[in-house]
Design a protein around this ligand. Structure first.
Ligand SMILES: [Zn+2]
Length: 242
C-alpha cells in the first residue's frame, strides 16, 4: 500500500469519528421510546391480520358447510313433497305400496330434521366467527390509526436526530470523496469486520479503537514503522502519529 500523507491519515480519523457519530445516532433512533411504541403497534397490526386471516379461513369453511346443508335440505324437501304428491294423487293403489311410500316419507322427514339441526349449529358457528372477524377488523383499524399517530410522534421526536443524520451524511460523503479509494476500501472493510470501527490511533501505548495496552516492544516497533499499519491486538487499521 502506498504511503499515506499525514493529511490523508488525519482525514481518515475524521471519517471514523463521523461514522461513529452516525452510528450513535442510529442507535438513538432505534432506542426512541416513540419508535418502540410504533414498532409494537406495527407488530400488533400484523398479528391481528394473521388472526383475522385464520378466522376467515374457518368462516369460509363453515359457510361452505352451511351451503352444502342447505342444498341437501332442498333436495330432501323436494323428495318429500314429490312423495306426498304421489301418495295423495291416487296413483298408489295398493295398501302395501302406500305403506312403503309413507315409510319413505317418514325417513325423509327425519333426515330433513337432522339436517336442520346441523344447519342450526353451523349457522351459530358462522355467526360467532363473523362476529370475531368483524371484531378483529375493527380492532385492527383502530390499531392502524394508532400506527399513524405514533408515526407522527416518532417523526417529531426523531426530527433533530434525523436532521443531524442528514448533515453528517453530507460530511461523510465529502470526507470519503477526498480519501484515496484504496484507503477508503481498506477502512470500510475493517469497519465492517469489526462492527463499525475500522481505524484506531495509537495513543500512549494503546490503540484508541480496542484500548488494549500493547507491550513496550510492540509500541517501539509501531513507532519505528509506517504511519499506517494494523493494530496487533484488534487487527483494525492503526494510525501511528509521528
Ligand atoms: Zn486495536
Amino acid at each position: 500500500m502506498a504511503e499515506m500523507t499525514p493529511d490523508q491519515l488525519e482525514l481518515l480519523l475524521e471519517l471514523q469519528a463521523t461514522d461513529s457519530r452516525l452510528r450513535r445516532i442510529e442507535h438513538q433512533l432505534d432506542d426512541l421510546p416513540e419508535q418502540q411504541q410504533l414498532d409494537a403497534s406495527i407488530e400488533r397490526v400484523a398479528a391481528l391480520g394473521r388472526e383475522y386471516d385464520d378466522v376467515r379461513v374457518e368462516l369460509d369453511r363453515a359457510a361452505a358447510g352451511q351451503r352444502q346443508l342447505e342444498r341437501e335440505i332442498d333436495v330432501l324437501t323436494q323428495r318429500r313433497d314429490a312423495e306426498r304428491t304421489r301418495l295423495y294423487s291416487g296413483a298408489v293403489a295398493n295398501a302395501r305400496e302406500m305403506k312403503a311410500v309413507e315409510a319413505e316419507i317418514e325417513t325423509t322427514v327425519r333426515r330433513i330434521d337432522e339436517h336442520e339441526e346441523l344447519l342450526l349449529e353451523v349457522l351459530e358457528t358462522v355467526e360467532e366467527l363473523q362476529g370475531r372477524a368483524d371484531g378483529l377488523a375493527a380492532t385492527q383499524a383502530a390499531e392502524r390509526e394508532l400506527v399513524a399517530t405514533r408515526t407522527e410522534a416518532r417523526d417529531r421526536a426523531a426530527k433533530e436526530l434525523i436532521a443531524e443524520q442528514a448533515e453528517l451524511g453530507a460530511v461523510r460523503e465529502a470526507e470519503a470523496r477526498d480519501l484515496p479509494d484504496e484507503l477508503l476500501a481498506r477502512y470500510e472493510q475493517a469497519a465492517k469486520r469489526a462492527g463499525g470501527t475500522g481505524v484506531g490511533k495509537l495513543v500512549g501505548n494503546a490503540c484508541s479503537a480496542c484500548r488494549i495496552e500493547l507491550s513496550m516492544a510492540d509500541v517501539g516497533q509501531l513507532y519505528a514503522g509506517p504511519p499506517l499499519t494494523t493494530c496487533p491486538q484488534c487487527r483494525r487499521l492503526l494510525v501511528v502519529p509521528a
